[in-house]
Design a protein around this ligand. Sequence first.
Ligand SMILES: C[S@@+](CC[C@H](N)C(=O)[O-])C[C@H]1O[C@@H](n2cnc3c(N)ncnc32)[C@H](O)[C@@H]1O
Length: 253
Amino acid sequence: MNEHRNGAEELELFVICEKSEFQGKADALSAFLGVPCLNGSDAGHECELIFTEDGIVLRNGEMEIRGDFTRLLRRIRNVNSEQIVKAARIRGHEGPLRIIDATAGLGEDSFLLAAAGNTVKLFESDRVIYSLLRDALERAEADPVLQGIAQRMEVQNSDSIRYMSGITESPDVVFLDPMFPERQKSSLVKKKLQLIQQFERPCSNEGELFDAAISCGPKKVIIKRPVKGPFLDGRKPSYSITGKVIRYDCYVL
Ligand SMILES: C[S@@+](CC[C@H](N)C(=O)[O-])C[C@H]1O[C@@H](n2cnc3c(N)ncnc32)[C@H](O)[C@@H]1O
């Protein structure tokens, strides 16, 4: 059994199946998360994962969120100008990079990195967020425009610290975007983010995450921070790429 924490254990969460065609998938998700599966007429609980034609939706009152890579279509047209793609580049390296995204979330950063031709191994420890990410990836795999990108992304529901500490084949790049305590309290945090953050926890083991990233032997570690946020675990990067709200701290190793 997976021993990782699960936001669902602390919230009253239900899987809701509104159409019988989704029953098999809804039952599987309810078993995976260890929460009850109800039919549509029983909906209206504090927090629900609902099967819809457009994928799995996490709903809490007015707030709704689902993984959706089609939102990035406009950005992937000019993906090489994305700061995260620039941050991942390694001087002298030709061809695609092998990247580990050790804090996957809903996978949007990884999607941009994969759209630039790289292969990305994603790790998400929370089962609810992982389920939303897996669902978005499956829809992308069935979409003729997105499938080539989705096929370069491989997602696992596990703790990346443990994986990176025991790895035998080094990646080129490790990407980290841990939620840090300040972000959780920010008044600027959008409602949708507040919903997903009920499942994420602020990273209390930044040093351990950083050390695990370095221990797996990448050429570069990239850390996503808010533009005025402190360096991860106080460690100064080789250089940073700074945008209006986000900063990518790059550690060349
Ligand atoms: C801020 S979110 C990442 C958002 C992501 N960059 C995106 O584009 O959607 C951080 C995520 O990392 C996950 N996480 C934190 N520590 C982890 C670990 N050691 N292993 C795997 N996932 C982890 C959290 O559950 C959370 O979903």
